[in-house]
Design a protein around this ligand. Sequence first.
Ligand code: HEC
Ligand code: HEC
Length: 312
Amino acid sequence: MRTLIRGRFALPVALVGVVGLVGLVAFTPSAAQAGPAPVATAPTATTAAPTAKAPAGAAAHPTATAASTASPAAAGTSVTGSPLTSSHGITYYEPAGSLIAPGQALYAASCASCHGVDAAGSARAPNLQGLGAGTVDFWVSTGRMPLANSSVQATRKPPRFNRLQTLEIAAFVQSRTPGLGIGIPVVNLSQASLAAGNSLFTLNCAACHTITGAGDELAYGAYAPSLHLATATQVVEAIRSGPGNMPHFSEGNITNSEARDIAAYVTEVIQHPVDRGGFGLGGIGPVGEGFVALLFGVGVLMLVAFWIGERS
Ligand code: HEC
Ligand code: HEC
């Protein structure tokens, strides 16, 4: 009797065990390395070197890292220009004067038809003078500008210009009104508090962008876009300039240290959710957990079936 049971049980139990173990081995390490599935939409890999707080979208414009993450000194001398103000990890730059001439040519070709040769605006598009290089950088680096057709709301799309060209255009527009508007923020996230960023985001941003940063419809056909592609620089630019229907927050409303914390929360937590779902069996993810379920679930079912068969 006992040997009979053992004989009958041995094969199915071994089979299920092998399937389960093969599944665990096959999926666990690779799933853990590949990074969380939701991040697939963002071009940046989570496996980047620890120093590279690479903004999502950096791949689209390779030198973006220089302005967003490199040490302020390096970015300042090589690309961005001279610092205007600096506090709590955010330095606002005015683009270097050498960028103005090439920027004027790019502007004339791609922007002047709508915004006017001197960026003073026209019937087709608003005045850009006085907005500052940071505002121009936001609209061009997020691909909103140049506008393809006058839709209800300019949307994020792959940027037309690389990082240097974008800074050149910003430099030209800034040169019309030196010293006015917001500079281009270079954000150092190393001292940022994700906990503070979490509560500040919940308080100031989640109402429109939702708590997960997925974005939502607003009144009058407008919408608050997803925050899954914005870089730290773009987050601070949006906070300070208030694009479209978004309110702008001055340093009296959101300090630089708070803006830095929010930028860190958006780029590190919202864009890289670590939880892969499932019940947290060591965080091996749903596929691995599925095999565990198969291992135990099917095994138990078989035991029950054999037990019933044995009784009758
Ligand atoms: C086809 C016409 C068109 C072209 C070309 C165009 N823009 Fe615009 N731009 C607009 C319109 C219309 C708006 C207002 C859109 C909105 O508020 O959503 C705008 C808004 C902007 C804003 C925000 C202004 C504000 O008050 O916040 C900036 C900055 C800007 N454009 C820069 C540029 C730059 C730089 C270029 C060239 C690379 C460019 N635009 C090309 C039509 C255009
Ligand atoms: C009243 C609603 C509202 C609030 C509050 C708000 N936003 Fe926005 N936000 C918008 C809208 C609308 C846009 C799109 C503007 C446009 O393209 O014309 C936007 C755009 C953005 C973008 C650009 C995203 C991209 O990739 O193109 C960022 C980044 C952003 N917001 C960050 C924030 C942060 C951070 C906060 C909180 C400090 C915040 N927003 C609060 C409505 C809001």
